[in-house]
Design a protein around this ligand. Structure first.
Ligand code: HPA
Ligand code: ZN
Length: 331
């Protein structure tokens, strides 16, 4: 029996603003004098009943309104790093949404400096390694993404990749082809959310127009056999988020989640937590949920852990070290 919490894993799909637990939201609301439209922690938690991606995003953006100072971003990120390490995360590639903060008058540097100070401390204390991925909000104009790319120049060395998130349907990857091209020219790697609520066509566009190294979510690829063949042949990692898909009604129950079918189709699927404070658990909890409800075998579990390091932006020596640790557990 594999210990799913301790199993070494990389987390590749995690929005730092989605790790904002209700207790910390309230503490920062008070400290910063930014009121919330909820009287207490319990009533905020009670509002976590989502009907789709947009209903979640409305609450997600409202809650992050209480994040104001570098210290706030430091505390948010430290709390995540601690939780992640207890659930077996050895390496994390973390999304953040700079536009959601810039729009509120928070400087780009305040956000990045708070997050990176916490990640630097976490690495010293626990060995957790990490990268930052800056996401563009796809429901804003492409021009706003260009401006964000420009703003990021003061912290270029702290950001490894750009991504694409927020409301997917009606905002195809093609809208961001030019800004992603510029980002690649500046040396950024690229990823994109695609095929969560949007159609397989958005996954094709992410591959062909944005030249992504990974697809975030991608569960709807199964509707297109040619696309499945392409993803399998290229070994494109898919950062699947099971609890998220259930909470946002992309799938009806965990028992019906397509993860097992994706593995059986030979896709490089990984398990991730997306916005764990909102969706009922962190990455180890997601592993436990799918292992039970999809009756995953030990081989499936080991494949998922291996895939997470195969998909990570780490060098081959580091990758081999992590893979050897997994093999040592699986005798
Ligand atoms: N999908 C799209 N945008 C997001 C998500 C998600 O699951 N979480 C935070 N921003
Ligand atoms: Zn996401």
């Amino acid at each position: 029996m594999i210990d799913l919490q301790r199993l070494p894993k990389a987390e590749l799909h995690l929005h730092i603003e989605g790790t904002f637990e209700p207790e910390l939201i309230f503490a920062l609301s008070e400290r910063n004098g930014v009121p919330l439209p909820y009287p207490d922690v319990q009533s905020l938690r009670d509002a976590y009943q989502f009907s789709d991606l947009q209903s979640f995003l409305d609450l997600y953006y409202a809650a992050m309104g209480v994040l104001r100072t570098e210290r706030d971003f430091y505390e948010l990120t430290s709390a995540y790093a601690q939780r992640a390490v207890t659930q077996g995360v050895r390496h994390a590639e973390i999304f953040f949404d700079p536009q959601a903060h810039l729009q509120r008058g928070i400087a780009f540097e305040t956000v990045v400096d708070g997050i990176t100070a916490a990640l630097d401390d976490a690495r010293r204390r626990t060995g957790l390694t990490s990268h930052l991925i800056m996401c563009f909000l796809r429901d804003l104009p492409a021009q706003a993404a260009f401006e964000t790319l420009e703003r990021a120049k003061t912290r270029r060395d702290r950001i490894l990749a750009v991504g694409l998130d927020s409301a997917e349907v009606g905002n195809p990857p093609s809208k961001f082809a030019t800004v992603f091209e510029q980002a690649r020219a500046q040396g950024y790697l690229t990823v994109a959310h695609a095929g969560e609520e949007g159609p397989p066509e958005y996954i094709w566009q992410a591959l062909d127009l944005l030249k992504v190294s990974r697809i975030d979510h991608g569960v709807r690829c199964l509707e297109d056999e040619k696309l499945v063949q392409r993803l399998r042949r290229q070994r494109t990692p898919l950062t699947v988020c099971p609890f998220s898909n259930v909470r946002l009604r992309v799938v009806d129950t965990l028992a019906h989640h397509p993860l097992k079918r994706m593995l059986d189709a030979g896709l490089v699927a990984t398990v991730n937590s997306d916005d764990p404070a909102y969706f009922g658990g962190y990455i180890g909890d997601n592993f436990q949920g799918v292992a039970a409800d999809l009756h995953l075998t030990d081989d499936d579990i080991v494949t998922l852990a291996r895939n997470s390091f195969e998909g990570a932006f780490i060098d081959d020596m580091t990758r081999s070290r992590f893979l050897a640790e997994i093999e040592a557990l699986h005798v």
